[in-house]
Write a protein that binds this ligand. Sequence first.
Ligand SMILES: [Zn+2]
Length: 868
Amino acid sequence: MRSLFGLLAAALAFAPLPLYAQRLPTLVTPDHYDLAFAVDLAHNRFDGTETIKVRTTEPTSRVVLHALEITFHEVTIGTGAAAQKATVALDDSAQTATLTVAKPIARGSTEIHIRYTGILNDKLRGFYTSKGPHRSYAVTQFESTDARRAFPCFDEPAFKATFAVKLTIDRGDTAFSNGKLLSDTPGPSSAQHTMAFAPTPKMSTYLVAMAVGDFQCLDGAAENVPIRICATPDKKALGQIALDAAQDILRFYNRYFGIKYPFGKLDVLAVPDFAAGAMENTAAIFYREADLLADAKTASVETRKNIASVLAHEMAHQWFGDLVTMQWWDDIWLNEGFATWMANKPLDAGHADWNVSVDEAAETQRALSIDSLKATRPIHSDVATPAQIDEAFDAIAYEKGAAVLRMIEHYVGADTFKKGVNAYLAAHAYQNATSEDFSKAIASTSGKPVERILPTFVNQPGVPLIDVSDLSCDAAANETRATFAQSRFLVGDSTAAAGRWQVPICVAGQKDAADSCHLLTDVRQTVPVAKGCASWIFANAGARGYYRTAYSPAMLKAMAPHIEGELTPAERLSLVDDEWALVRAGRHSAADYLTLVTAFGRERTSVILSEIIGHLNFIHDYLATPEQAPKLETFVRSLLRATLDELGFSPAASDGDDRRALRAGIVSALGRTGNDPDVIAKSRAALDRSLQGGAPLEASVAAAVTSVAAGHGDRKLFDALVAGSERASDPEERYRTLSALAAFRDPALIDRGLQMVLTPQVRTQDASLQLARFLGNPAARAKAWTFIKANWAALKPKVAIFGGDTNLVAALGSFCDAQARDDIKAFFGAHPLPAAARTLDQTLERIDNCVAIRSAQAGNVSAWLARR
Ligand SMILES: [Zn+2]
């Protein structure tokens, strides 16, 4: 699945259940499901007929399987003369149905027949109703534990089986599922037709997919695999970017993987309401519209990159997740970490000017940030309840998982790693696997101690901090040595905490020196790091290591002249983020960080600048007093204005993607943090022109310009944006304007924007994201929180969807005072969100950290600004 923020995380809320309390017994296992659905969209319901072929390992008169919001009509177990009626006992809290027969079922194979009715719900999970502009659609989202809402089943990833799906639907509609279409016949009534799909290969229940409606598709193919990009009829034409990308990605994966795309066809479908970003159902990937569809003539770099990136993620899942599936949800990183790691490869191969290696370094930073909290979790974490499983789809599973894979890949070598990955896939195809299975595969291919390294990153929480010191030259041996010491890094805590990892530390630095890796196994080790006498080193080559680095002041000083010319962009990014993290931890001064930033005035990599700008925003909003804020704004202008003057406010036709992205970042920073009157005026003028039917905004700067203008905008602009968002025909434009509505500072306009979240103008899938935007706006933050509390009864159903709860709770981490902290804690104590319990702990910890850093660093910022 593709989450929205990479911030999703959660834990158990109510009574702690014994672990595995909800696991099914393994006495009876499924081999095959025949599933027939008659879908009644007009009444939001369906009738189901199901046959499950099962095997039993010993005689039993009870079969326990999962079922939720299912009404059973008739259940029989056995075939022919041996068939007997079963009684059904439902357990809503365990989400199970126990089928009981009078005479024990013999050991061996048998069949379960079930006739039942289900509902098409409005919760965006299970089999649900998705509302388009003119009609409703029936679609599924089963990951993690919601297949049981559509058909009674053994709803755990290790119960793999084959599935043959048949859908009876209205005559004018079409349907999609995992298998190829086998037949399409009229009936049973004159207003219906029935589509039968080919049986799937062996797979888990959470990957079964169905969609019903008047969807239309663009057709393509790659490597003899038919590919369709489908959407509601009004948006069919917006699928071309995705179709081109999907074809390229499939060709790339067929070269990388030893097993070619195994599922025969690939359908990719955008649906109007979808809680996650996208879902990797086997051969039938489902999406929210904004992540798949865009106008090929106007789409920005960011949007084209996002479409390719999410597609590459979901398509990577066809191998990592669909073909080889984690044994249980405690190893969800084997799906999400792998898909996140893999998705960058086809993008990098196809687009040199997308700077994918810098995006990877930024991805690692998102993991390091959450993993530097006490309320983090290990990659491999026990989970039992559906809420715990939902919350495990977090930055630890995705970004930390991917970062650890990159580290191991760099350490053993990309070709060796690829062989190991392919050996792992071949050994477990159509089956399940664990973290240990993967460690063993890479260890045996590489001959390196991966099975000792990986568990230290997978089974324990947190980030190693590597202190680098004592750089010295041994002239006799013609080598340079350095001392590495490890401890656990925690933000908001300057004392070293316990923790021991096996860390591959790869050193870059001297231009001619080849990267050299050392395995740090002890708390402290002195090792040779370079040939000859090096005056400086950088102890995280390519930013591929999953750790933070702290250099002695002397070493930082020696490195300084080399940062611009000799560190790669990814390395520069990790340096500024590590230094900022050390400020957050109270080990370095915010004043020294600001001095470091002055050296980045000529930085041209947009992602690095946007990290720095994020830190300057933090200093502006939390560490500088209102009186000092203008001085910091002047500093931001002095840092960035020259670059904008060189780039120009409007793009030249010859500008590449990286130059366009850089301009957008700088316009946004100057307009917001820099409070630059010229940028603000130009943004407003350009936006007014486009809203009045003049020249449309240039794609790459459109979001920045709109948000800057809104940040300084009046009622007239607000009204024009509301009208624009309703008119918008493509998702990019619609979300750009929706997002800008949360950027206004006028209290009356903030109120109006918040009220919209209660209306259908803000879809359920977007509600928590929109509230998060208000919480990110310092002028709107307090109002947004008051609004959320006052309207909780109406908001909760919109927020409590997959990822919605965690996004909202994470966004509350932007508060920076003890009173808000206590209020947030009390509110969610009284109104618990079970799938955001760990996220709440993280949010409270972030607020505490912010309060602490403000008291520790505000004086340093003040003194630094006074000196300018
Ligand atoms: Zn995923």
